[in-house]
Design a protein. Structure first.
Length: 181
């Protein structure tokens, strides 16, 4: 699916005459598909060879109008990806940085996640995976569960504490040979 006007369309014919119209059309099309960061839109405009002055003018205007709002994007991203996928602060921060959100905005968004909420999400993830590992050795189970939590961005101390609690609830005493928080 193209990001801008089709070559044969009226907007495509305007492309050479009015780069700001092309930039507006590209941004509006992308924003109707899904929220985007300013950096993502700027990259799309660069790829479509929109002159930098026209791109900046349109991005600036869209920001003034509230159509581009990296702070709101970051907050919504954190809420959605934490609750939907169980991602921890570290993974969420990496995803936001990858989308071009500046560090201060990333930090503000991920710091809204309560540490207790993050721990509770880790517990739910472990509980969901626990049943499928019952036939395995406790050390193998621990490794698999820790790997799953690590991929979702959880710090090892929290991961091992949550895993130990879950296994102890099953009556499995764990050796103290892994990190504690």
């Amino acid at each position: 699916m193209p990001d801008g006007p089709d070559e044969g369309s009226a907007a495509g014919a305007q492309a050479h005459a009015d780069p700001e119209s092309v930039a507006r059309a590209i941004c509006l099309r992308l924003l109707t598909m899904a929220p985007k960061t300013r950096a993502q839109l700027a990259e799309a405009l660069r790829k479509r060879d929109v002159p930098e002055e026209a791109a900046e003018a349109v991005l600036g205007r869209f920001s003034e109008l509230g159509l581009i709002n990296d702070e709101a994007f970051a907050e919504a991203w954190v809420d959605s990806r934490h609750h939907g996928r169980g991602l921890a602060k570290r993974a969420l921060a990496a995803e936001l940085r990858h989308r071009g959100v500046d560090s201060d905005t990333v930090n503000e968004a991920v710091e809204r996640l309560d540490p207790d909420q993050e721990a509770e999400t880790a517990r739910r993830l472990v509980e969901r995976k626990l049943a499928s590992t019952r036939s395995l050795d406790p050390q193998v189970r621990t490794r698999r569960l820790a790997g799953m939590l690590a991929r979702k961005g959880y710090p090892s101390g929290l991961a091992f504490r949550v895993i130990r609690e879950a296994l102890e609830q099953e009556g499995i005493e764990m050796e103290e040979d892994f990190p504690d928080s």
